[in-house]
Design a protein around this ligand. Sequence first.
Ligand code: 4AD
Ligand code: MG
Length: 432
Amino acid sequence: MAVITTVEQIGEFVGETVTIRGWLYNKRSSGKIRFLQIRDGTGTIQAVVVKKEVSPIAFAASDTLTQESSLEVTGTVRADSRAPGGYELMVRNIEVIQVAEDFPITPKEHGPAFLLDNRHLWLRSAKQHAILRIRSHVIQAAREYLNREGFILFDAPILTPTACEGTSTLFETDYFYGERAYLSQSGQLYAEAGAMAFGKVYTLGPTFRAEKSKTRRHLTEFWMLEPEVAYAELKDILSLAEQLVSHLVLSVLTHRTEELRVLERDESKLKSIVPPFPRITYDEALDILRQQGVSHEWGNDFGTAEDTLISQQFDCPVMITHYPLTAKAFYMKTAPDNPDVALCVDVLAPDGYGEIIGGSQREDDYQTLLKKLEAHKLPREPFEWYLDLRRYGTVPHSGFGLGIERTVAWICGIRHLREAIPFPRMLQRIYP
Ligand code: 4AD
Ligand code: MG
């Protein structure tokens, strides 16, 4: 019996006979030779079937194989610098598991609606495969970084009685007897309770925004990583944000080179992502817009167009601080030297990828927080527990949320967020 291995591990078996279990990605034939591109989830490899070196049954089988047929191939591993990945399999035997029906996704061009309807199958395509391997790596690298820095993973609930990011994008559920409940917009409020208990925590999970906007940067369900730190001020989480983001980029550059190659990502742009990131205030951002001939009213948040214009001025993500309070959420702390601005930050990725991080120092004073709840017309009752955090040993604290799909889309250099998550949920998309 040959040893069973994967395409990723195959370099350890040069000259040996191994079995790869996978699916047929593509094939071509030339006389008495069949070239099978086999993918096994970890990569693809070319398996060469020479008529006189396999049984007639195995050779005939190689002719019946359709795209995405499942099979086990046993063969001898050969190093070949011309082969993609550097290795080939000289086939000794083929075991067909299933001859697949006509696969809907062929190498020809398909429109996005068709591909999204077939997302469960589209995932197998080289580009999608590369993006989602990078997504997995980004999450792993983020956890690795935060764990190393002494953070505790602190899972926040998905069903919540409160709004965190404004009431206009809430998903309401009708289940809890006599009480309103919503799908979480952010784990932050719970992370704050966690920070008071553990010092440094992070949440990582799905979050929901019933956003009626239909843009390539908005998902209805997206994943967010939210570190929250007790005794941290705005400046402390600015450092954390730039360290974390540059760690993610470097880690992908180091460990996911093959995937970046498949995506034809310009790596030189990623290599220039090193701290310190430029820091500007909202007012300075307004100046940049003015220089570009765009007038933006003080007090309003930036939209996609403004974000793009500002971030185009920088090679690194730019950290914009001190937005007007009117543009931001209720929990942000007011700047001590200016009653109209918040101690907050948005981090905008370069090349028009938009906001990848939103964060702030939190209001830690009980009375001030009460007033902020009122000013935002939020009911006090469901926030009583949150107010308790200001009653019992309140301290300065800060945190931020990093959007996983925005970060992955930027690192991969893909236009649309929908490809940065296995099964995207958007205003007009719930299937599959
Ligand atoms: O700026 P946001 O709304 O901030 C918060 O939710 C804070 N409570 C986070 C915190 O301080 N702990 O969202 C944070 C990030 C954004 O910068 C963006 O990357 C991503 O989450 N994001 C979205 N990603 C995809 N689709 C959407 N509709 C998104 N809305 C926000
Ligand atoms: Mg934001």
